[in-house]
Design a protein around this ligand. Structure first.
Ligand SMILES: NC(=O)c1ccc[n+]([C@@H]2O[C@H](COP(=O)([O-])OP(=O)(O)OC[C@H]3O[C@@H](n4cnc5c(N)ncnc54)[C@H](OP(=O)(O)O)[C@@H]3O)[C@@H](O)[C@H]2O)c1
Length: 365
């Protein structure tokens, strides 16, 4: 009869699991807020994976202990030569590591399925992963199913409000989703809440942009594209394989502004003002307010600017509030309503870190 190996010795021969490392892509408003919150949480004793890389489109810098100075160096890096981001050529994250996407980049979103397939977890504020092309969203779902890698997307809709989580809980509980309707853009909510005729709309866009509420290119908000992506993320989370072209989007960006190079947006913004002021004045005369609403139901999906009575529930809240109503089998008469601040670098960074912690401590995202 062979000797029984003592449990303690048998354990001692196992290689210790390598601690997960974290790569941060994006050092703009959200990436910087992520580093600041990471430092605050670490100082409060929260155990987090080490930040091994801080990257943007120009450079990749080792994270280490002094993250604030790594962030400063990355932000100050010179423009990169060639079209390939430096992080794509360096040491790759390994299975169990976590990539945090705080960019708005198609190139980075294209990597989501690839990382997941390699066993790397992805946490993202970038909506292009599951809110862009249907093929990429499906590749992400397939890679997760094949490897068990986790995908933290709480920051993509509602900047961390418990929206996707609640929707998935309903679906997992066997509910069918009948409709999702709401104010899904915190930046547009802020813009139209402040658009009272005293200041031109373009001036408000500049203020929202410098407060970090808008997308890096504000036309992504103003064209309705950002809301389209959020609606796609929600509809797909509810189990509907909706394509981007199936969402009817009303853009109110004039052709001249839509076509200019990103560098010229600033000087062309005022072309928004005339038509929007006319719509605002007409709505105000009828006791209504302008509001950008996204809706998904059995008849399809659409995004548009609507004039709603000032007392309408979708006009409730203030600041950057999102307000979303979900009708399902169990919430058929009265919807489940979720409301709260849905834009801003700090709340978005907090949502990213919530997902990082959930993955690192193996909790559901
Ligand atoms: N602000 C909000 O309220 C909010 C809310 C929810 C979600 N989000 C999302 O958060 C993301 C970031 O927003 P932000 O306001 O922080 O944008 P931002 O200030 O413009 O920063 C974007 C960052 O992405 C980097 N980047 C671009 N292409 C890259 C690439 N190929 N590889 C690596 N890095 C790349 C940029 O690098 P360079 O500096 O080298 O150009 C920059 O550091 C966006 O997807 C946005 O939709 C924002």
């Amino acid at each position: 009869m062979s000797a029984v190996v003592p449990l303690r010795r048998a354990r001692a021969r196992q290689p210790a699991p390598r601690p997960a490392r974290l790569a941060l892509l994006g050092t703009g408003g959200v990436g910087s807020a992520f580093v600041a919150r990471y430092a605050r949480l670490a100082a409060n004793g929260v155990v987090l994976p080490a930040v091994s890389w801080i990257c943007n489109s120009r450079t990749q810098i080792a994270g280490g202990v002094d993250l604030a100075s790594a962030l400063r160096d990355a932000r100050a890096a010179a423009p990169a030569r060639g079209g390939f981001p430096p992080w794509a050529e360096g040491e790759s994250p390994q299975p169990g590591d976590i990539v945090v996407d705080a960019t708005a980049s198609e190139t980075v979103a294209d990597w989501h399925p690839e990382w997941l397939a390699r066993g790397v977890h992805v946490v993202t504020a970038n909506k292009l992963g599951t809110g862009g092309e249907l093929g990429r969203a499906q590749a992400i779902a397939d890679a997760r199913a094949a490897t068990g890698s986790r995908y933290g997307d709480s920051a993509t809709v509602g900047a961390g409000l418990p929206l996707l989580r609640s929707l998935r809980a309903l679906v997992d509980g066997g509910d069918r989703i009948h409709s999702i309707e709401g104010v899904l853009s915190g930046s547009l909510a802020w813009l139209f809440a402040h658009f009272d005729g005293t200041r031109p709309f373009s001036e408000l866009v500049r203020e929202a942009r410098s407060a970090g509420y808008t997308e890096p290119d504000p036309r992504v908000d103003l064209s309705g594209e950002d809301v389209r992506r959020k609606l796609l993320i929600l509809a797909r989370a509810a189990g509907f394989a909706l394509s981007a072209h199936e969402v009817a989007v009303e853009s109110w960006v004039p052709a001249g502004l839509a076509c200019v190079a990103a560098a010229d947006v600033e000087t062309t913004l005022a072309t928004l003002d005339g038509a929007l002021e006319a719509r605002r004045a007409e709505a105000a005369a009828a006791g209504a307010r302008l509001c950008v609403v996204g809706r998904f139901d059995a008849d399809g999906a659409r995004v548009g600017l609507r004039a709603l009575p000032a007392a309408h529930p979708l006009c409730a809240g203030g600041g950057t509030d999102n307000h979303v109503a979900i009708h399902s089998d169990r919430y058929s008469a009265q919807p489940l309503v979720i409301q709260g601040p849905g834009a801003g670098a700090e709340v978005t960074a907090a949502a990213l870190l919530d997902d990082v912690l959930a993955i690192a401590h193996v909790r559901p995202v």
